[in-house]
Design a protein around this ligand. Structure first.
Ligand SMILES: [Fe+2]
Ligand SMILES: [Fe+2]
Length: 286
């Protein structure tokens, strides 16, 4: 028996240059649906930061004046970051699955084609689960965190299920904004690592599961490299969901599986060669 079957989806190859180019970004809210999605994300982020005592900006500014006090008050240790990442990744794997499932069911009951969205959505949740499995190689959450994951999954799955039935566009925008936060968090982790605040990570190697999945080249398999790959994935989800949120949910084809006549012109792809931090506008791709 083969112990590790091939992954369901091959990960596209990211180059070093591409993953270094990923930046924090924000898509301005324009419609009511955007504001609802953004409001939800801002609220969730505040609650999450409060619950976990995570105050990055405070920590950095106090750290400059009094490192010892900052450490005592807000220190994000390697373990704290890992547990936070594990929790967030366990939540992040939900929306793609729910959206993919609902579009699958919709296609069957309406006896209509799906226009290719399902695959991209399921692939996203697979990718998030790979993030989770990777972090689980580095830390194991205690019973309290496991209970939190269980509770969050129960609530979030059902909330997403109902919300996606009501307004899939708002849900994609919501995920777009969620991924903006994910890019921000991983950018901060990389900054903390570079600033010497996470010494255990400095010499740490990426686990084998990650090396295989992202096809990390030799000599580029440190924890820092891994965080760059994961951040790039989040930036891709940010682009995909902001793009899907711009489309006609019922009639437009999935631009990520469409074929393009002029391949020399930037167009949506599975990789990050033409990454669009705020998504593709409908008029440019349909
Ligand atoms: Fe993720
Ligand atoms: Fe993500």
């Amino acid at each position: 028996m083969v112990k590790h079957p091939k992954p369901a989806w091959e990960h596209p190859i990211y180059t070093e240059e591409q993953i270094n180019k990923v930046t924090v970004a924000h898509r301005e809210a324009k419609t009511w649906s955007d504001y609802v999605a953004l409001g939800m994300i801002r609220t969730l982020r505040t609650v999450m930061d409060l619950a976990t005592g995570y105050k990055h900006d405070h920590a950095v500014s106090l750290g400059k004046k009094d490192p010892a006090a900052a450490n005592q008050k807000y220190a994000m240790t390697e373990r704290k970051y890992l547990i936070r990442n594990i929790f967030l990744e366990s939540v992040a794997g939900v929306p793609g699955l729910v959206a993919g499932m609902l579009r699958h069911l919709h296609s069957m009951r309406r006896m209509k084609r799906d226009n290719g969205w399902i695959e991209t959505l399921l692939e996203e949740s697979y990718n998030e689960r790979m993030h989770l499995l990777t972090f689980l190689k580095m830390a194991s959450p205690g019973p309290f965190m496991r209970l939190m994951v269980l509770g969050a999954q129960g609530v979030f799955f059902n909330a997403m299920f109902i919300s996606y039935l009501i307004s899939p566009r708002t849900c994609h925008r919501f995920v777009g904004y969620l991924e903006e936060e994910a890019v921000l968090t991983y950018t901060r982790e990389i900054a903390d690592l570079d600033a010497g605040r996470l010494p255990q990570w400095e010499k740490m190697e990426a686990p084998q599961i990650a090396i295989d999945y992202w096809k990390m080249p030799e000599g580029k398999r440190t924890m820092r490299d891994l965080l760059l790959y994961i951040r790039a994935d989040e930036a891709k989800h940010r682009e995909v969901n902001h793009t899907l949120g711009n489309l006609d949910q019922k009639n437009d084809p999935n631009p990520y599986v469409s074929e393009y006549r002029d391949l020399t012109k930037p167009h949506p792809t599975k990789g990050i060669e033409y990454l669009q931090p705020t998504g593709w506008e409908r008029k440019d791709i349909i």
